[in-house]
Write a protein that binds this ligand. Structure first.
Ligand code: NGD
Length: 259
């Protein structure tokens, strides 16, 4: 059953907004007033037909809350939510959209409007594919492209090379539709592509196989330089936390290096 707007959304929104700026502060940015941000958010969709929204409805809200990004920190993910965020370390190592104020506030929330009072539908919202122009895309598409347009220096992309149901590079992903096209060839010097392979699963796609060659062509055609690596050590080590005994995870157990 499709759920409606997240109960208590105003408290969650304001609490996340305050906590992000007062406590979490992953990197220096200009302060935003949380109450006026809430007003900009609700104005975007309240009282409106949920399937009629476009990214324009969210422009003011998104542009007020996204500030500039530090060089070399932007990270994109596609099918790799968990390991990308483990690796990013809440903005300390890399900054994903979910480590920005906007993404931090909105991640996981459900919301939609209705023309009848009270203007917000707490009973049911359209499913992901339930609208002609997905309501989801009106917000997350705009948020993703605005985030990507702020990236500078080296950017990092984590793709899933092990999912039998989803190719690593899908032309209908948010990454392919909104993020890659918004990277500035003037501001972005290098795209580091990491292909993640699940532990003890076959390598379905690698830098040289499957959809990766097409992705590298797309990156090049956009005027960007790139590198591609299959399961870099740092990523493998993160994945190995959950299967330390597996053969590909047995490392550095040969001796005692303490003296
Ligand atoms: O069929 C779907 C579906 N496809 C994507 N998503 C879907 N949700 C459904 N219910 N049904 C949503 O997009 C879902 O919230 C996923 O977690 C999210 C990402 O899909 P994925 O893993 O296939 O990767 P994408 O390339 O499409 O989008 C990820 C990139 C990443 O670099 C973020 O900066 O785009 C940005 N992003 C997009 C959409 C949503 C982030 C979010 C988010 N935080 O919710």
């Amino acid at each position: 059953t499709p759920s409606g707007t997240t109960p208590g959304i105003q408290n969650i929104f304001l609490g996340r907004c305050l906590a992000y700026q007062e406590i979490i502060k992953p990197y220096p940015q200009t302060t935003v007033d949380c109450n006026s941000l809430w007003v900009k958010f609700t104005t975007s969709f309240e009282g409106k037909e949920p399937c009629g929204l476009t990214s324009k409805d969210y422009s003011d809200f998104i542009e007020t809350s996204l500030s500039s990004l530090p060089e070399d920190k932007a990270m994109f993910w596609s099918g790799t939510y968990r390991v990308a965020h483990d690796y990013a370390e809440s903005g300390k190592r890399f900054i994903t959209l979910e480590d920005t104020l906007l993404g931090y506030i909105m991640n996981g929330l459900v919301w939609c409007g209705q023309t009848a009072p009270p203007g917000i539908n707490y009973h049911s919202c359209p499913s992901f594919n339930g609208c002609p122009v997905a309501a989801n895309t009106a917000f997350w598409g705009k948020a993703s492209s605005q985030f990507a347009s702020r990236a500078r220096g080296t950017v990092t992309v984590l793709l899933d090379g092990s999912n039998p149901a989803k190719p690593a590079y899908r032309t209908d992903s948010y990454f392919a539709r909104f993020e890659l096209p918004s990277l500035s060839p003037e501001e972005v010097q290098m795209v580091n592509i990491y292909v993640v392979h699940a532990v003890n699963q076959p390598y379905r796609e690698t830098c040289n196989n499957g959809t990766l060659p097409a992705m590298q062509r797309a990156v090049k055609e956009h005027g960007l330089k790139y590198t591609c690596q299959d399961n870099p050590q740092a990523i493998l080590h993160l994945l190995c936390v959950d299967s330390p005994g597996s053969l590909m995870c047995r490392i550095a157990q040969h001796g005692n290096y303490s003296h």
